[in-house]
Design a binder for this molecule. Structure first.
Ligand SMILES: Cc1cc2nc3c(=O)[nH]c(=O)nc-3n(C[C@H](O)[C@H](O)[C@H](O)COP(=O)(O)O)c2cc1C
Length: 242
């Protein structure tokens, strides 16, 4: 019988989010390998009791659970925790039966530093342990906003024509290729019912660009937004000061 996966997309930003973009990239790779996927956008799912029940039925039938969540205040966001609580209750009420089941998580941080995700990943690991789910590991993604704007395969295609000496290869192409390869290796292991080796996940433990480049990118985004809104002359306003 085909293996089944339940994907829990935990960002309120829907299709504009890194959680969606990276998570759905993984699910497409799983589907290519014959795994059937049920996806739930938890901010929508948790509003409707029938959909919560559908999510629980899907998890009961699944061999793999995939969580893709933003990082909020160095933590798993409230709705991600609420989802885990509902799943834990369902285990305790016998709505989800115990079987060999893996949990893999993607934690998406806005800042550059991958290690800001460490606490959230520990929380997902603890959730797995409490419910006798096998913790298969997690991706600690820094500067995740890049992948919200451009899905991984499209982004790599966009970068390809840049001249070899262009600095964007160092800060975008190199880390994105590495992320892509860790994702593909992770999917391969999970499809075989294996956990992802720590050494593989540790390949993501690097800071992808110099801090100055990150700040410059942020400032440019800020200016572009102000130009669009016609408010460039108001950027230094202090409405809270009289
Ligand atoms: C309320 C809130 C808190 C956040 N806290 C952090 C944080 O502690 N560390 C961080 O690196 N990014 C933080 N961010 C940025 C998000 O993690 C980042 O934008 C991420 O890409 C969001 O994932 P998403 O695109 O899947 O929604 C925060 C964003 C919001 C809205």
């Amino acid at each position: 019988m085909n293996k089944q996966l339940t994907f829990l997309m935990c960002s309120p930003r829907g299709e504009k989010s890194a959680s969606h973009s990276i998570g759905f990239y993984l699910t497409s790779l799983f589907e290519e390998k014959g795994i059937s996927v049920n996806s739930f956008s938890v901010y929508q799912t948790l509003k409707i009791q029938e959909e919560i029940e559908e999510m629980i039925i899907s998890i009961n039938e699944s061999d793999i659970i995939l969580i893709s969540s933003p990082l909020y205040i160095d933590q798993a966001p409230y709705m991600t925790i609420k989802t885990m609580n509902i799943i834990t209750d369902s285990f305790q009420q016998g709505k989800i039966s115990k079987k060999e089941r893996h949990l893999f998580a993607i934690s998406n941080a806005g800042y550059l530093e991958y290690y800001h995700n460490n606490i959230a990943l520990k929380i997902y690991e603890q959730f797995a342990k409490e419910n006798e789910i096998i913790w298969a590991g997690g991706l600690p993604i820094g500067a995740a906003g890049t992948h919200a704007q451009y899905p991984i395969p499209e982004f790599l295609k966009m970068l390809e024509p840049l001249p070899k000496e262009d600095p964007r290869h160092e800060i975008y192409t190199k880390p994105t290729k590495l992320l892509d390869s860790v994702i593909r290796t992770s999917v391969d292991h999970l499809c075989k019912g294996e956990i992802v080796p720590k050494e593989e996940l540790q390949k993501l433990e690097f800071v992808p660009m110099p801090l100055e480049a990150y700040i410059e990118g942020g400032n440019n985004g800020w200016l572009e937004a102000a130009e669009k809104l016609g408010t460039t002359d108001k950027l230094r306003d202090k409405p809270y000061e009289r």
